[in-house]
Design a protein. Structure first.
Length: 308
């Protein structure tokens, strides 16, 4: 079954801004909201966009409030796209109570990354693609203009193509398949649930931030023990940053931590599928969008080409 892509957005289209996980304050979204306006779209703020609810973590409202906002954005016929304010933690709270009745009649792009991987896996299980890209809130290190511009290209109906530098750990090959994945911690957290990605014959993308090296290996081991690496056709590895602790890791601020990459590569030695390291997507300055659920052509030779 071919996954559904939403219709291209016209100028003046309304984009819902919601906070499905961690809390934000207005100052953190000002830049992103201004970009949306300059691109000719109308940002519509969810009722609980700036709500704060402390319960061992600063959530953007209770589970009921965050679910309410997401269901509104999914089903309101006047909304043409949904853009998450940030990730953090909390999207797992929502998936049991999401309603796609109106969404199925009027599919729309869902944009986000990090914890939003949960929502994107949920949508893909229902046959709908989404954009794994920069949230409205930018990290302290900022984000490139291209990271946002390419999202708007997708919203307009344009395709994506990436040519990136070869990496010493890459595994060569030429394959095509449906792209799945997102934040590794959430892919790992969904294993064994009905919301987990279907890995069979897919190209898997992973990225992460702030994990100890042993925790990264534990997640890779869990994927291996779950048989993920015997099912996928290829792997794309994005940002691995702020790993371990700043005091001991000289590459703590680097986008593509070399020891994290070694841990991942070591787990893949016995598998033959092509692998791309160093893709510019994740909790990094150059966070270029991917389309979850899209068919991708991946060529890994002396140069790397990924075409949607």
């Amino acid at each position: 079954m071919k996954n559904k892509f939403p219709k291209p957005l016209e100028k003046g289209a309304k984009i819902a801004l919601i906070s499905p996980a961690g809390s934000v304050i207005p100052a953190q979204l000002e830049k992103g909201i201004e970009i949306i306006k300059k691109k000719g779209y109308v940002p519509i703020l969810g009722e609980n966009l700036y709500t704060q609810f402390s319960n061992g973590y600063s959530y953007a409202g209770t589970e009921a409030q965050r679910t309410q906002d997401l269901n509104w954005a999914l089903n309101d016929p006047e909304i043409s796209a949904i853009w998450a304010s940030r990730g953090g933690y909390g999207c797992q709270h929502l998936v049991e109570n999401l309603n796609l009745k109106g969404f199925k009649k009027n599919p729309k792009w869902y944009i986000g990354y990090s914890d939003n991987t949960v929502i994107q896996s949920f949508l893909l299980k229902k046959g709908f693609s989404s954009i794994h890209g920069q949230t409205i809130k930018t990290s302290s290190f900022g984000v490139t203009k291209e990271s946002y511009n390419l999202i708007f290209d997708v919203l307009k109906g344009k395709t994506l193509q990436y040519d990136i530098k070869a990496h010493a750990l890459n595994k060569k090959g030429n394959i095509s398949g449906e792209l799945i994945g997102g934040n590794l911690a959430l892919i790992y957290a969904l294993l064994g649930t009905k919301y987990s990605f279907d890995f069979t014959d897919k190209i898997l993308f992973i990225e992460d931030i702030g994990e100890n090296f042993y925790a990264l290996d534990r997640m890779m081991m869990s994927l291996e023990l779950a048989g993920v690496f015997t099912k996928i056709k290829g792997l794309i590895v994005g940002g691995m940053t702020n790993m371990a602790n700043e005091k001991d890791n000289k590459e703590y601020e680097e986008s593509f931590d070399s020891f994290a990459y070694k841990i991942i590569s070591d787990r893949l030695v016995k598998y033959k599928f092509p692998v791309v390291f160093g893709f510019p997507n994740g909790h990094i300055y150059d966070n270029r969008p991917l389309i979850i659920g899209a068919m991708v052509q991946m060529k890994v030779e002396k140069k790397v080409n990924i075409t949607f």
